[in-house]
Design a protein around this ligand. Sequence first.
Ligand SMILES: NC(=O)c1ccc[n+]([C@@H]2O[C@H](COP(=O)([O-])OP(=O)(O)OC[C@H]3O[C@@H](n4cnc5c(N)ncnc54)[C@H](OP(=O)(O)O)[C@@H]3O)[C@@H](O)[C@H]2O)c1
Length: 249
Amino acid sequence: MILVAGGTGRLGRLVVHRLADRGLPVTVLTRDPDRAAGLPAEVLVGDVRRPLAFGQVDVVVSAVHGFAGPGGGTPQTVDRDGNANLVDAAKAAGADVVMLSVQGAAADHPMLLHRMKCAAEEHLRASGIPWTVVRATAFRELWVELLGRSRRPLVFGVGDNPINFVPVDEVAALVERAVIDRSLRGQVLEAGGQNLTFNQLAATVRPEAPRHVPPFALKVLARVAPPALARQAEAALAMDTIDLTWSRD
Ligand SMILES: NC(=O)c1ccc[n+]([C@@H]2O[C@H](COP(=O)([O-])OP(=O)(O)OC[C@H]3O[C@@H](n4cnc5c(N)ncnc54)[C@H](OP(=O)(O)O)[C@@H]3O)[C@@H](O)[C@H]2O)c1
């Protein structure tokens, strides 16, 4: 049995279909069983922010995140502590873990999410169970969808900083491989694609020139907005300035 936490998400759904297409039995862990409707999987209702217990499971895939989305999760409560709960439950069940992380995860990274993913990776490595980490760059489809929401795409910041975008199905294919191929235990696998600025990506979505949320407005939001919006403004400022490129070598 493969348990996919985050199996209702953009990446997790693709992973569930790929594993089920191989004839493997899959269970999806979700807070809301309605979100798992139509998936070729059994459903286990649970919240990674609380201690978890599984029955017979061979591999736990963690594709959860608390950066955005419903339910009030945060990178601290979901990406760090929720992943720790998943790892501890996997250990008790005697399962391997395949964990989704972010490219560049490090304890001193300027982005909170990257620091919390680093903490999750460290907990996993210290657990003593067989593991594989898949570090991915930004999912291209997510940003294409966000930019395509209005006639003139909305770019957060100046939009001239190159960022690496990867097609989400390529990440799903790598996760599928990590689940099946036990020779990949103890390895960090990397999934990346094309380096593009937000202005370049916006031009692939709509011919109209993009609108911009200027950096000073993002700085104000990062200081005074409610926590979830402030976190997004802070991340947008980082994405507008720090090196988020990737290459295979
Ligand atoms: N998006 C990106 O650009 C990107 C880039 C690199 C790495 N990643 C990583 O790839 C993975 C998948 O990302 P995604 O963008 O596909 O995710 P997504 O579509 O936003 O879905 C998030 C998933 O996390 C689950 N989740 C959130 N909080 C939870 C909680 N407290 N308890 C249980 N489940 C919870 C949600 O399940 P329910 O709502 O059904 O409970 C949902 O399935 C994540 O680990 C993410 O950090 C993403």
